[in-house]
Design a protein around this ligand. Structure first.
Ligand SMILES: [Mn+2]
Length: 291
Protein backbone atom coordinates (compact mmCIF):
# COMPACT_ATOMS: atom_id res chain seq x y z
CA UNK A 1 0.00 0.00 0.00
CA UNK A 2 1.19 3.50 -0.87
CA UNK A 3 1.14 6.42 1.57
CA UNK A 4 -1.69 8.96 1.29
CA UNK A 5 -4.27 6.43 0.21
CA UNK A 6 -6.25 7.43 -2.85
CA UNK A 7 -4.48 10.76 -3.38
CA UNK A 8 -2.87 11.86 -6.63
CA UNK A 9 0.82 12.10 -5.85
CA UNK A 10 2.77 13.65 -8.69
CA UNK A 11 5.21 16.52 -8.86
CA UNK A 12 3.98 18.05 -12.09
CA UNK A 13 1.30 20.69 -11.42
CA UNK A 14 1.32 19.76 -7.74
CA UNK A 15 -0.58 22.08 -5.42
CA UNK A 16 1.15 20.80 -2.29
CA UNK A 17 4.56 19.33 -1.53
CA UNK A 18 4.79 17.19 1.58
CA UNK A 19 8.16 16.34 3.12
CA UNK A 20 8.95 14.45 6.31
CA UNK A 21 11.97 15.51 8.35
CA UNK A 22 13.25 12.77 10.62
CA UNK A 23 15.24 14.88 13.09
CA UNK A 24 14.99 15.46 16.83
CA UNK A 25 18.45 16.53 17.95
CA UNK A 26 16.98 19.86 19.11
CA UNK A 27 14.53 18.34 21.60
CA UNK A 28 15.10 18.88 25.33
CA UNK A 29 12.83 16.62 27.39
CA UNK A 30 10.94 13.86 25.61
CA UNK A 31 12.48 12.52 22.41
CA UNK A 32 11.04 10.47 19.59
CA UNK A 33 9.86 13.18 17.17
CA UNK A 34 12.21 11.83 14.51
CA UNK A 35 9.90 8.82 14.17
CA UNK A 36 6.79 10.89 13.43
CA UNK A 37 7.20 11.19 9.63
CA UNK A 38 7.44 7.44 9.10
CA UNK A 39 4.58 6.59 11.49
CA UNK A 40 2.33 9.25 9.95
CA UNK A 41 3.14 8.11 6.41
CA UNK A 42 2.47 4.54 7.39
CA UNK A 43 -0.91 5.36 8.93
CA UNK A 44 -1.85 7.37 5.85
CA UNK A 45 -2.04 4.12 3.88
CA UNK A 46 -5.23 3.35 5.79
CA UNK A 47 -6.98 6.72 5.91
CA UNK A 48 -9.65 7.19 3.22
CA UNK A 49 -9.30 10.42 1.18
CA UNK A 50 -12.22 12.29 2.75
CA UNK A 51 -12.62 15.08 5.29
CA UNK A 52 -14.51 14.70 8.55
CA UNK A 53 -17.63 15.91 6.68
CA UNK A 54 -17.19 13.42 3.85
CA UNK A 55 -15.81 15.87 1.29
CA UNK A 56 -13.34 14.33 -1.13
CA UNK A 57 -9.70 15.38 -1.20
CA UNK A 58 -8.86 12.95 -4.02
CA UNK A 59 -7.76 15.62 -6.48
CA UNK A 60 -5.42 17.50 -4.14
CA UNK A 61 -2.38 16.88 -6.41
CA UNK A 62 0.12 16.19 -3.70
CA UNK A 63 3.79 15.73 -4.38
CA UNK A 64 4.96 13.12 -1.90
CA UNK A 65 8.57 14.08 -1.28
CA UNK A 66 9.07 11.20 1.17
CA UNK A 67 11.29 11.64 4.24
CA UNK A 68 14.66 13.31 4.57
CA UNK A 69 16.97 12.18 7.36
CA UNK A 70 19.29 15.13 7.98
CA UNK A 71 22.31 15.17 10.27
CA UNK A 72 22.10 18.91 11.04
CA UNK A 73 19.93 21.98 10.62
CA UNK A 74 22.21 23.12 7.77
CA UNK A 75 21.51 19.83 6.08
CA UNK A 76 17.76 20.52 6.35
CA UNK A 77 18.31 23.98 4.93
CA UNK A 78 20.17 22.63 1.88
CA UNK A 79 17.88 19.69 1.27
CA UNK A 80 14.68 21.76 1.35
CA UNK A 81 15.91 24.88 -0.45
CA UNK A 82 14.52 23.95 -3.86
CA UNK A 83 11.05 23.21 -2.41
CA UNK A 84 10.35 26.89 -1.86
CA UNK A 85 8.83 28.15 -5.09
CA UNK A 86 6.07 30.56 -6.01
CA UNK A 87 3.03 28.37 -6.34
CA UNK A 88 3.72 25.59 -3.93
CA UNK A 89 2.11 25.11 -0.56
CA UNK A 90 4.76 23.26 1.44
CA UNK A 91 3.89 20.90 4.26
CA UNK A 92 6.65 19.61 6.52
CA UNK A 93 6.22 16.87 9.09
CA UNK A 94 8.85 17.11 11.85
CA UNK A 95 10.84 16.41 13.72
CA UNK A 96 11.27 18.54 16.80
CA UNK A 97 10.64 22.27 16.55
CA UNK A 98 14.26 23.12 15.70
CA UNK A 99 13.55 21.92 12.14
CA UNK A 100 11.52 25.11 11.67
CA UNK A 101 14.70 27.21 11.99
CA UNK A 102 16.16 26.31 8.56
CA UNK A 103 12.70 26.06 6.98
CA UNK A 104 11.76 29.56 8.14
CA UNK A 105 15.11 30.81 6.83
CA UNK A 106 14.48 29.35 3.37
CA UNK A 107 10.94 30.72 3.44
CA UNK A 108 12.23 34.18 4.35
CA UNK A 109 14.94 34.22 1.67
CA UNK A 110 12.54 33.14 -1.04
CA UNK A 111 9.71 35.55 -0.26
CA UNK A 112 11.86 38.60 0.47
CA UNK A 113 13.17 38.22 -3.08
CA UNK A 114 9.56 38.30 -4.33
CA UNK A 115 9.07 41.60 -2.45
CA UNK A 116 6.69 40.05 0.05
CA UNK A 117 6.70 40.45 3.82
CA UNK A 118 7.15 37.07 5.51
CA UNK A 119 4.97 36.34 8.54
CA UNK A 120 5.20 33.52 11.08
CA UNK A 121 2.10 32.35 12.90
CA UNK A 122 3.35 30.06 15.64
CA UNK A 123 0.77 27.76 17.25
CA UNK A 124 2.33 26.21 20.32
CA UNK A 125 2.11 25.93 24.12
CA UNK A 126 5.54 27.57 24.19
CA UNK A 127 6.79 30.87 22.72
CA UNK A 128 10.09 29.32 21.52
CA UNK A 129 11.72 32.71 21.96
CA UNK A 130 14.77 31.55 23.93
CA UNK A 131 18.10 32.92 22.78
CA UNK A 132 19.97 30.00 24.34
CA UNK A 133 18.50 26.78 25.67
CA UNK A 134 20.34 23.67 26.87
CA UNK A 135 23.54 25.49 25.89
CA UNK A 136 22.43 25.86 22.28
CA UNK A 137 21.08 28.59 20.04
CA UNK A 138 19.43 25.89 17.94
CA UNK A 139 17.29 24.11 20.53
CA UNK A 140 13.60 23.48 19.89
CA UNK A 141 13.04 26.35 22.35
CA UNK A 142 14.79 28.86 20.03
CA UNK A 143 13.13 28.96 16.56
CA UNK A 144 11.37 32.30 16.95
CA UNK A 145 14.48 34.05 18.28
CA UNK A 146 16.40 32.67 15.29
CA UNK A 147 13.61 33.91 12.99
CA UNK A 148 14.00 37.36 14.56
CA UNK A 149 17.78 37.14 13.93
CA UNK A 150 17.04 36.18 10.34
CA UNK A 151 15.05 39.35 9.74
CA UNK A 152 11.41 38.59 10.52
CA UNK A 153 9.97 41.68 12.22
CA UNK A 154 8.48 41.09 15.66
CA UNK A 155 5.14 42.54 14.55
CA UNK A 156 5.15 39.83 11.89
CA UNK A 157 5.49 36.98 14.33
CA UNK A 158 2.24 36.04 16.10
CA UNK A 159 2.07 33.45 18.85
CA UNK A 160 -1.09 31.41 19.54
CA UNK A 161 -1.92 29.08 22.43
CA UNK A 162 0.96 30.04 24.70
CA UNK A 163 1.00 28.84 28.32
CA UNK A 164 4.57 27.84 29.26
CA UNK A 165 7.21 30.57 29.60
CA UNK A 166 10.93 30.79 30.34
CA UNK A 167 12.24 33.79 32.29
CA UNK A 168 14.32 35.04 29.35
CA UNK A 169 11.17 35.03 27.22
CA UNK A 170 9.07 36.98 29.72
CA UNK A 171 11.83 39.61 29.95
CA UNK A 172 12.06 39.82 26.16
CA UNK A 173 8.27 40.21 25.77
CA UNK A 174 8.20 43.02 28.37
CA UNK A 175 10.55 44.98 26.10
CA UNK A 176 8.70 44.16 22.87
CA UNK A 177 4.95 44.85 23.05
CA UNK A 178 4.84 44.84 19.22
CA UNK A 179 5.08 41.05 19.40
CA UNK A 180 1.51 39.77 19.67
CA UNK A 181 0.89 36.81 21.96
CA UNK A 182 -2.48 35.10 22.20
CA UNK A 183 -2.16 33.24 25.44
CA UNK A 184 -4.12 30.06 25.90
CA UNK A 185 -6.10 31.69 28.73
CA UNK A 186 -7.14 34.53 26.41
CA UNK A 187 -8.37 32.05 23.84
CA UNK A 188 -10.23 30.00 26.45
CA UNK A 189 -11.90 33.14 27.86
CA UNK A 190 -12.71 34.84 24.53
CA UNK A 191 -12.98 32.00 22.02
CA UNK A 192 -11.03 31.69 18.80
CA UNK A 193 -13.15 33.91 16.54
CA UNK A 194 -12.21 37.21 18.09
CA UNK A 195 -8.51 36.30 17.83
CA UNK A 196 -8.85 35.06 14.25
CA UNK A 197 -10.56 38.30 13.20
CA UNK A 198 -7.66 40.34 14.58
CA UNK A 199 -5.01 38.20 12.90
CA UNK A 200 -6.82 38.14 9.55
CA UNK A 201 -7.23 41.94 9.63
CA UNK A 202 -3.55 42.33 10.38
CA UNK A 203 -2.13 40.08 7.64
CA UNK A 204 -4.76 39.99 4.91
CA UNK A 205 -3.06 42.52 2.60
CA UNK A 206 -1.32 41.13 -0.49
CA UNK A 207 1.97 42.29 0.94
CA UNK A 208 2.09 39.34 3.35
CA UNK A 209 2.95 35.69 2.92
CA UNK A 210 2.48 33.40 5.91
CA UNK A 211 4.30 30.43 7.42
CA UNK A 212 2.22 28.51 9.99
CA UNK A 213 4.32 26.54 12.42
CA UNK A 214 2.24 24.10 14.45
CA UNK A 215 3.66 22.43 17.53
CA UNK A 216 1.25 19.63 18.44
CA UNK A 217 1.67 20.56 22.13
CA UNK A 218 -0.58 23.56 21.41
CA UNK A 219 -3.35 21.02 21.92
CA UNK A 220 -4.22 20.20 25.50
CA UNK A 221 -2.42 17.06 26.71
CA UNK A 222 -5.81 15.44 27.29
CA UNK A 223 -6.09 15.42 23.47
CA UNK A 224 -2.44 14.79 22.63
CA UNK A 225 -0.17 12.88 24.96
CA UNK A 226 2.43 11.91 22.36
CA UNK A 227 4.70 14.93 22.59
CA UNK A 228 7.90 15.71 24.48
CA UNK A 229 6.85 18.72 26.55
CA UNK A 230 3.12 18.43 27.34
CA UNK A 231 1.62 21.54 28.91
CA UNK A 232 -1.75 21.68 30.69
CA UNK A 233 -4.59 24.15 29.87
CA UNK A 234 -4.52 24.08 26.09
CA UNK A 235 -7.05 24.29 23.29
CA UNK A 236 -9.04 21.27 22.24
CA UNK A 237 -8.22 19.65 18.91
CA UNK A 238 -11.22 21.07 17.06
CA UNK A 239 -10.36 24.63 18.16
CA UNK A 240 -6.79 24.22 16.93
CA UNK A 241 -8.05 22.78 13.64
CA UNK A 242 -10.41 25.74 13.16
CA UNK A 243 -7.58 28.17 13.82
CA UNK A 244 -5.39 26.48 11.21
CA UNK A 245 -8.01 26.02 8.50
CA UNK A 246 -9.44 29.53 8.93
CA UNK A 247 -6.00 31.12 8.63
CA UNK A 248 -5.22 29.02 5.55
CA UNK A 249 -8.55 30.00 4.03
CA UNK A 250 -8.23 33.73 4.69
CA UNK A 251 -4.50 34.45 4.45
CA UNK A 252 -1.80 33.81 1.87
CA UNK A 253 -0.31 30.83 3.68
CA UNK A 254 2.46 29.09 1.73
CA UNK A 255 4.09 26.87 4.32
CA UNK A 256 2.77 24.72 7.15
CA UNK A 257 4.83 22.58 9.46
CA UNK A 258 3.66 20.16 12.14
CA UNK A 259 6.29 19.36 14.70
CA UNK A 260 6.92 17.71 18.09
CA UNK A 261 4.78 14.62 17.52
CA UNK A 262 6.52 11.79 19.33
CA UNK A 263 5.19 8.31 18.52
CA UNK A 264 7.41 6.78 21.21
CA UNK A 265 5.66 8.88 23.88
CA UNK A 266 2.20 8.41 22.40
CA UNK A 267 -0.45 5.95 23.48
CA UNK A 268 -0.58 2.61 21.71
CA UNK A 269 -3.11 3.87 19.20
CA UNK A 270 -0.87 6.61 17.75
CA UNK A 271 -3.50 9.20 18.59
CA UNK A 272 -1.19 12.16 17.97
CA UNK A 273 -0.13 10.86 14.56
CA UNK A 274 -3.74 10.22 13.56
CA UNK A 275 -4.57 13.78 14.63
CA UNK A 276 -1.86 15.08 12.30
CA UNK A 277 -3.33 13.16 9.36
CA UNK A 278 -6.89 14.22 10.09
CA UNK A 279 -5.71 17.84 10.37
CA UNK A 280 -3.78 17.58 7.10
CA UNK A 281 -6.80 16.22 5.26
CA UNK A 282 -8.90 19.17 6.43
CA UNK A 283 -6.10 21.49 5.29
CA UNK A 284 -5.99 19.77 1.90
CA UNK A 285 -9.71 20.31 1.47
CA UNK A 286 -9.36 24.02 2.25
CA UNK A 287 -6.61 24.25 -0.37
CA UNK A 288 -8.80 22.52 -2.96
CA UNK A 289 -11.67 24.92 -2.21
CA UNK A 290 -9.34 27.91 -2.40
CA UNK A 291 -7.67 26.89 -5.67
MN1 LIG B 1 5.98 23.57 22.29
Amino acid sequence: MKPFRGLLTEKENALVYITGIAYDLGASVGKGASFAPSVIRDLSKHLPPFTMDGDSIEDIKLYDNDIITPDSLDDIKNKTLELFTENIFNVFIGGDHSVSIPLEENFYDYWIKQNKTPVIIHIDAHPDFCDFYDGSKYSHACPNMRAYDKGYKLENITLIGIRGFERQEVEFFDKHPELKIYRSSYIKENGINNMLEQIINKYSSEEYVVYISYDIDANDPSFVSGTGTPEAFGMDSYEVLKVITTLINKLNVKCFDIVEVSPTLDDKNNTASWLVLKTLYEVFRKLIEKR
